[in-house]
Design a protein around this ligand. Structure first.
Ligand SMILES: Nc1ncnc2c1ncn2[C@@H]1O[C@H](COP(=O)(O)OP(=O)(O)OP(=O)(O)O)[C@@H](O)[C@H]1O
Ligand SMILES: [Mg+2]
Length: 460
């Protein structure tokens, strides 16, 4: 069956009429299924992909109304077009209230019917695209996309799990690139509002004047340039989640306005008097220390407590280095798939550098470095030579090495540990030829041998 144009199910108890309609629609290139029994037709929906339903109103077993009710309940995305007899305008109104897409009064011209069907097919197409997009979004931003097994990430995931089903406001803090937006989306897609919109606003990107109408919308003519009514993000996010990013940048004036919406759960458009219900869940994020901003008088304390019902703190990557190998392989898979390039292997020495680096730009920086390596490397292995200079920076490597030493060691013990490590490295680099190692370290062979005994290092 050619369903490219759309698959239309016609339900009418009059067989002759059914045949005429079937021929007409098939002629237009639609795939058509014509059934004269509404019950069979509803059963047919369970096993077929139908784009649009055209049903008669008066039928002996089930009425058009019942068909609409049933379809709206079980297949809300399929538009239903109802054919009513001339003169029954009242029931036509009823049927629209039940959620029919359109009605058409008999007798109608072919063009009238075709136009309405065309519109319904378009609508079904938009719906389908939306559903696909939504499934993709869920796939992309679901909880499972937050990679990591460190204690820090496990804490984050359990908080997301607990907070998601509630309507509580969530504040996400963390350094730049730690995944604040990713977590905000994960909260939305794990919540009961996941089928509603996820609307994101960056409070820093907009100047205060624009931000107000961006958030609350404006009435036509409320200021020069307001040529038409515009719905704000609060209104657009209705039934879903509003993500306010960089909340620490909000001006005093806007802090007051936001607080009012949070308290009253209602707001007005700029220049308007009608009160609009704010049915939204608010998730905010900042890389500032918001409490410190409160103490400095830059951020309202009452607003802080309203926003901070659940607080999710994202640890910097350098505090959860054990996640680095997992993140690298996640990004390798992702980048390979997105760019149609082959996956790469990371040499163990290169991985040591990845694990040791400070990552001031956190996961975003790690992702960029992995991407750069994937694109630049011609073979199938990323080696130390392929790493960007900042990752190989000796000073930060050294700092990390020192951070890794057990904190209970005193200075002499720390120095001994380091000396032993340096000697071991020199031995490895000189293929365990002691003369060469002593040369590299600029000490005599006998001093080297003394130290090998002291630290219990055995060469082979
Ligand atoms: N745990 C994680 N697992 C997988 N990918 C992650 C993780 N955390 C962050 N990312 C990825 O890192 C990038 C940066 O994350 P995101 O934009 O959420 O950070 P941010 O904290 O909002 O940064 P900024 O403060 O700069 O806005 C994104 O591509 C995101 O998908
Ligand atoms: Mg962000």
């Amino acid at each position: 069956m050619n369903t490219e144009q759309g698959h239309i199910l016609i339900i009418d108890d009059e067989k002759n009429y059914l045949l005429v309609l079937e021929a007409l629609l098939a002629d237009q290139g639609y795939a058509v299924t014509a059934l004269n029994d509404p019950e069979t037709a509803l059963a047919f929906l369970d096993e077929s992909e139908v784009d649009v339903i055209v049903t008669d109103m008066k039928m002996p077993k089930l009425s058009g109304k019942e068909v609409v009710t049933h379809v709206k309940r079980d297949y809300p995305h399929i538009p239903v077009l109802v054919m009513t007899a001339f003169g029954s305008i009242e029931s036509a109104v009823d049927i629209m209230k039940l959620g029919a897409f359109d009605y058409i009064t008999k007798p109608f011209s072919n063009d009238e019917l075709l136009l309405s069907i065309h519109n319904a097919v378009e609508m079904a197409r938009v719906h389908r695209r939306y559903r696909l997009l939504h499934e993709n979004l869920e796939e992309r931003y679901g909880l499972h996309q937050i990679i990591g097994k460190s204690k820090g990430i496990r804490n984050v995931l359990s908080l997301v799990d607990k907070a998601a089903p509630t309507k509580s406001n969530v504040l996400i803090t963390g350094e730049s690139g730690t995944g604040k937006e990713l977590v905000a989306r994960a909260i939305h897609f794990a919540s009961l509002r996941k089928n509603g919109p996820f609307i994101s606003v960056n409070c820093m990107a907009l100047n205060p004047g624009v931000l107000e109408s961006e958030l609350f919308g404006h009435e036509k003519g409320s200021f020069t340039g307001a040529v038409a009514l515009r719905r704000g993000r609060f209104e657009l996010a209705s039934g879903g989640t509003l993500f306010l990013d960089e909340i620490g940048e909000l001006s005093h004036d806007m802090q007051v306005k936001l607080l009012r919406v949070l308290q009253e759960r209602r707001f007005e458009r700029v220049g308007g008097s009608e009160e609009i219900d704010a049915d939204i869940r608010i998730v905010t994020a900042t890389n500032k220390d918001l409490l410190a901003e409160v103490e400095k008088g830059n951020f309202r304390e009452d607003l802080y407590y309203r926003l901070n019902v659940v607080h999710i703190m994202l640890p910097p990557l350098r505090e959860r280095r054990e996640d680095i190998p997992m993140l690298i392989s996640h990004f390798i898979d992702k980048i390979a798939a997105e760019n149609g390039i082959s996956k790469k292997h990371v040499a163990p020495e290169a991985l040591d550098y990845f694990s040791g680096y400070e990552w001031p730009g956190n996961i975003r920086q790690l992702e960029n470095v992995v991407e750069r390596c994937m694109v630049m490397v011609t073979g199938d292995t990323v080696t130390v030579a392929d790493l960007p200079p900042e990752v190989k920076d000796e000073e930060s490597q050294l700092k990390n090495a020192i951070d890794l030493l057990p904190p209970e060691l005193n200075l002499a013990e720390t120095l001994d540990t380091l000396e032993a490590a340096i000697i071991r490295r020199a031995l490895v680099r000189s293929d365990f030829v002691q003369v060469k190692a002593a040369e590299q370290l600029a000490i005599s062979k006998s001093l080297l041998q003394y130290k090998l005994r002291k630290y219990g290092i055995t060469g082979h």
